[in-house]
Design a protein around this ligand. Structure first.
Ligand SMILES: Nc1ncnc2c1ncn2[C@@H]1O[C@H](COP(=O)(O)OP(=O)(O)OP(=O)(O)O)[C@@H](O)[C@H]1O
Length: 285
C-alpha cells in the first residue's frame, strides 16, 4: 500500500470533448505542501474539484489515506478528511463568523449525528434527520460534551486569525471585508481537522500585505504538519510555501519537482512566457 496521503492516478475529466484534465497522476505525502500552477484554463481548478468531489472523474482513481474516494460525493469526501476553499470565496453570508466555522465541524460530529451513516441510503435518510432533531432538542451527555468541544474548536480557529476575526466573531459574513471572508473560509475548512486542506487561490483579490499575511498563515499550518494541496497564481508565495510544485498546461502535467527546479524548467518558462507573448500579439492584432 502507498504511504502517500493523497494518490491520484490517470485522472481524467472532459467537458463536451474538451480534455480539461487529461490523465494526470500525482501524490501528496502526509505533512507535505504541494502546489499546482499553470496558465489560465490549464485544468487546476478542475483537478481540485475532482479531488474534493465537487465533480466526478471520467477516468482514473483518487485514493485518500488508502481509501478510494473518486466515486464518493463531496459530503462523504469531507468525512474522509478533505476540506477545501473556493476560488471566489464561499461563506454563508447571513451566518456569523463563529457560526460559519461551526458549520465546518458538522462532518466531524458523532454524538449529535449517531445515524449519519444512514444518510447515504435514500429510503432511510429521514432516520438520521429525526435522530439529530431529537438530540438537538433533548440533548444527551455525549452531545453536550460534543457541544463544548465544538465551542472550543470554534475558539481555536478564530484564534488562528485572532487580530482579524476575533473582533468580528459575531458579525454576519456579508458585513466582512473580502480578505476576512477568505480567512473565515480557511478557518471553516480547518475546523474540519482535515487530513488534506485544499485551497483554491486563497490570495485572489488580496493586496500585497494581505497576501504576506496569508503566506505566514500557510507557513504556520505547514509547521503544524498540515498537508495542503494549493492552487495559486502568485508564484512568490508558491515558491516559498511549497515542498513540491506541479505545473499543468492543457490538462496535463508538464513539470513537477522542488520549487527551485520547476522555476527554471524550460517547458514551464515557455508555458508562461510563450502564452504571454501570444496574448500580447493577439492584443496587438
Ligand atoms: N463546467 C465546465 N464546463 C465546461 N468547460 C469547463 C468547465 N469547467 C472548466 N471548463 C474548462 O476546462 C478547462 C480547464 O478549466 P479550469 O478552471 O480547471 O482551469 P484553471 O487552470 O483552474 O484556470 P484558471 O487559472 O483561469 O482558474 C478550461 O478550458 C475551462 O473553460
Amino acid at each position: 500500500m502507498s504511504d502517500q496521503l493523497l494518490q491520484v492516478d490517470g485522472l481524467e475529466r472532459h467537458f463536451d470533448g474538451l480534455k480539461a484534465v487529461d490523465g494526470i497522476s500525482f501524490s501528496v505525502a502526509p505533512g507535505e505542501v504541494v502546489s499546482i500552477i499553470g496558465p489560465n484554463g490549464s485544468g487546476k481548478t478542475t483537478t481540485l474539484n475532482l479531488v474534493s468531489g465537487a465533480i466526478r472523474p471520467h477516468g482514473g482513481s483518487i485514493t485518500l489515506a488508502g481509501a478510494r474516494i473518486d466515486r464518493a460525493d463531496s459530503a462523504r469526501i469531507a468525512e474522509h478528511g478533505i476540506a477545501r476553499t473556493f476560488q471566489n470565496g464561499r461563506v454563508f453570508a447571513t451566518l456569523s463568523v463563529a457560526d460559519n466555522i461551526e458549520v465546518g465541524m458538522h462532518s466531524t460530529l458523532t454524538a449529535s449525528r449517531p445515524f449519519r451513516g444512514l444518510s447515504n441510503l435514500f429510503l432511510l435518510r429521514w432516520i438520521p434527520l429525526l435522530g439529530e432533531l431529537f438530540i438537538a432538542i433533548v440533548g444527551t451527555p455525549a452531545s453536550r460534551r460534543e457541544g463544548r468541544m465544538i465551542a472550543d474548536g470554534v475558539d481555536a480557529e478564530i484564534h488562528r486569525f485572532e487580530a482579524r476575526l476575533g473582533p468580528r466573531r459575531h458579525d454576519p459574513a456579508y458585513s466582512l471585508s473580502y480578505a476576512n471572508r477568505r480567512r473565515t473560509e480557511i478557518a471553516r475548512a480547518m475546523a474540519q481537522k482535515p487530513k488534506l486542506l485544499v485551497l483554491d487561490e486563497p490570495t485572489a483579490g488580496m493586496n500585497q500585505s494581505e497576501t504576506s499575511e496569508v503566506l505566514q498563515q500557510l507557513l504556520d499550518l505547514k509547521a503544524e504538519g498540515q498537508a495542503i494541496l494549493l492552487v495559486e497564481h502568485k508564484l512568490d508565495l508558491v515558491m516559498r510555501v511549497s515542498d513540491r510544485v506541479i505545473v499543468m498546461d492543457g490538462g496535463r502535467i508538464i513539470a513537477e519537482g522542488a520549487p527551485e527546479v520547476v522555476r527554471h524548467d524550460p517547458a514551464v518558462i515557455e508555458a508562461y512566457i510563450g502564452r504571454r507573448r501570444e496574448a500580447k500579439r493577439g492584443g496587438a492584432a
